[in-house]
Design a protein around this ligand. Structure first.
Ligand code: PRX
Length: 594
């Protein structure tokens, strides 16, 4: 298939397109770009490497052939369990090249969570790295994969990239293969598959209002068109930029703004493996200085972490290259916004707080830098062709200044097309609450200038350091423990992480509350989901506040946690005494009460 920048849009219209060809081949063929660095990699241990578009093209084509040689074909699913590495990009682009659907699973998820995501998509192969570095510790990813695969029969192969060559990595003969050897023996000639623009391109699981994660399906061509446009206009991304998006490849932000949007625009991107303040508080600034990064994309939690480390740390580095600081994933509180703009952005960088969801495959709300004025805390305005509104319970638009539900009234190319294997869940989760509208699960308010201010979730999802967690998933994990009768998890505001999960549990007769049991319950959630979901505290309570129909009033638990009292609406509460006992329990547990 012939492809150049000029026929890019035309190809979308003809509905045949290959995402990888647009992200890699176009630049690899172009005399000005082929030897340009596509990706810089920096490991947490300081290892540094880079790959040009030409080299990327070679590696991607080889790996695509390697996948084909294993019998993987268009429509098959593979699961990818890797941290930010150049090789992770090689794997994902190779899948896009031949129409194999990848499903990236954040490498912080536990074996149990990984198993569930492998089983739910019927993956035929798992591709992982043997280990990852995080805060100086080695995370043994291949061991987690081995554990996850016990009893799973769809997976024929595990391909292992040895990120840590000295790490002892047992391989299962006949199933496990070495990434480097596969790459070395494969041919570099692999024409991109001609794919229909609306057919599934890849999957990514996310949390929602059910107890189980949903496998969101994005269309290949639609995602390419959408992310190209968001990245071009909201980041004003250009080939001459040095751009760093700190998101992990396990989250969709990287796919939107780096893997597809960023590479389609021929930019140079920095990939970093580890913690942004490790081994020293200024690690992030040091890297901005080293690579002369001019566009930084991160999450409010990272910006708040910078603020917590203080101005003196930032002052030790030359950050004058920064022109644009972008954010997504959580509310960006004005205090952090102002600090970041002044200290990191030198009072000149544009701050773009964007709003998006795994399901929207991009950021329908954002600024167009330089064209739409900044307002600290706002998420900007709807992107071209995107029709967003704030509505009441019946789907009627509310006046400006009045909070309501954030909805989308018209589809756009990068909007999720399905939930893998469950069309009904897709329709129910997003389109049933208000017929004809896509329900985001967020509340928002629009101001008189047309800026949207996203206030938070109205469902059972909480946002911990930008990680989206379903409180129902955590509750299902807790009630598996024999001691627990009922569990309710709510988010509590946190200075750096935005929110942290706090659990309330009632116990089976014969079990005593105590630190050991609390630790056991926390460990249970870590084992079922991952350490990022670890509850900050577990409260053992005698009973939960409930409605007359027996539903736990989580809203009330949130209020009690935040204010230590109940002043909100108590109509519907079945038994006021339960609340009094709860307040008493909490007072007894409050710091300094012993
Ligand atoms: O609640 C909103 C919050 O994050 C949710 C989406 O999470 P996730 O799918 O993990 O995001 C992927 C990003 C491409 C939203 O429903 N959220 C996202 N951005 C903002 C936000 N809340 C407030 N302000 C934002 N800028």
């Amino acid at each position: 298939m012939k492809c150049s920048q000029s026929n890019f849009i035309q190809q979308l219209h003809s509905a045949c397109i290959n995402v990888c060809e647009n992200c890699v081949d176009r630049h690899a063929k172009h005399p000005m770009y082929r030897n340009k660095v596509a990706l810089f990699f920096e490991g947490e241990d300081g290892e540094r490497r880079s790959v040009t578009y030409l080299q990327l093209h070679d590696a991607v084509s080889r790996f695509a052939n390697a996948l084909k040689s294993l019998g993987l074909r268009r429509g098959d699913v593979v699961c990818v369990y890797m941290q930010n590495l150049i090789e992770t990009y090689v794997v994902l682009l190779a899948c896009l090249r031949i129409g194999v659907l990848y499903n990236t699973v954040f490498a912080g998820f536990s074996a149990e969570a990984l198993r569930e995501r492998i089983v739910r998509c019927g993956a035929r192969a798992v591709i992982c790295s043997n280990g990852s570095l995080r805060r100086g510790r080695v995370l043994r990813l291949k061991d987690t994969v081995d554990q996850a695969l016990q009893g799973v029969d769809t997976v024929e192969h595990v391909i292992v990239y040895r990120r840590l060559p000295d790490l002892d990595t047992p391989m299962t003969p006949g199933r496990d293969l070495d990434f480097q050897s596969l790459l070395a023996s494969a041919s570099p000639d692999c024409p991109p598959e001609v794919l229909e623009a609306n057919e599934p391109g890849f999957l990514i699981f996310t949390s929602g209002t059910t107890g189980r994660p949903k496998g969101i399906v994005h269309a290949g061509g639609g995602f390419l068109l959408g992310t190209y446009a968001y990245t071009k206009f909201q980041l004003d991304l250009r080939p001459e930029d040095v751009y760093w998006n700190t998101a992990d490849i396990g989250w969709l932000t990287s796919h939107i703004f780096v893997l597809v949007g960023g590479l389609a625009l021929g930019t140079t991107t920095l990939l970093y493996e580890g913690a942004l303040d490790w081994p020293k508080a200024g690690r992030l600034y040091e890297m901005i200085e080293r690579y002369r990064v001019n566009k930084l994309f991160s999450a409010p939690t990272a910006y708040r972490m910078m603020m917590k480390h203080g101005e003196d740390v930032a002052r030790q580095y030359d950050l004058s290259s920064l022109e644009l600081l972008v954010s997504v994933g959580e509310p960006f509180n004005p205090e952090a916004w102002h600090w970041v703009r002044r200290v990191v952005g030198g009072d000149v960088a544009v701050i773009n707080n964007t709003w998006g969801q795994t399901e929207t495959g991009g950021t329908p709300l954002a600024l167009l830098p330089g064209a739409v004025p900044m307002k600290p805390g706002s998420c900007g305005v709807p992107f071209f062709g995107h029709d967003l509104a704030v509505v009441d319970e019946e789907g009627r638009e509310v006046p400006d200044g009045v909070p309501g539900y954030l909805v989308i009234r018209r589809p756009f190319p990068s909007l999720a097309r399905d939930v893998y294997g469950d069309r009904n869940l897709y329709l129910n989760a997003y389109f049933s609450r208000m017929p004809g509208l896509y329900f985001t699960g967020d509340s928002a308010v629009r101001d008189a200038d047309g800026h949207f201010w996203v206030l938070g979730r109205v469902d059972d999802v909480i946002n911990v350091s930008g990680h989206r967690i379903s409180t129902m998933e955590m509750e299902s994990s807790l009630i598996q423990h024999p001691a627990v009768v009922e569990a309710a998890v709510v988010g509590e505001p946190d200075e750096v992480k935005g929110q942290v999960p706090v659990a309330f549990v009632t116990l089976e007769r014969g079990w005593e509350p105590g630190t050991d049991l609390e630790e056991e319950l926390k460990a249970r959630v870590v084992a079922d989901i991952g350490s990022f979901a670890r509850p900050a505290r577990v409260y053992f309570v005698e009973a939960m506040p409930k409605t007359r129909s027996g539903k736990i009033l989580r809203r009330m638990l949130r209020e009690i946690l935040q204010t230590g009292e109940v002043k909100g609406d108590v109509t519907g509460l079945e038994d006021w005494e339960v609340v009094e006992r709860l307040l008493q329990d909490l007072r007894e547990r409050a710091p300094g009460s012993e």
